[in-house]
Design a protein around this ligand. Sequence first.
Ligand code: F3S
Length: 72
Amino acid sequence: MYTKVEQIDCIACGICQLKAPQIFDYQPDGIAFCKLDNNQGQQALPNQLLPQFKLAYQQCPTGAIKRRTKPF
Ligand code: F3S
């Protein structure tokens, strides 16, 4: 699984970093990014992070967190 934040859709709500602190972090302006690969969507999520990824993905209120089975 690969992920990145569609930053134009992020409202800086903070949920993803709370649910998946090993995957997501915030820029100084509060907009989220995937910290595994600086939001490039090129690095596969390690299996052990999939449960927390799922929580963040499901709870993002705007659908800004994208996922694909292949790199972006
Ligand atoms: Fe933004 Fe969604 Fe995270 S709105 S802060 S990507 S939960």
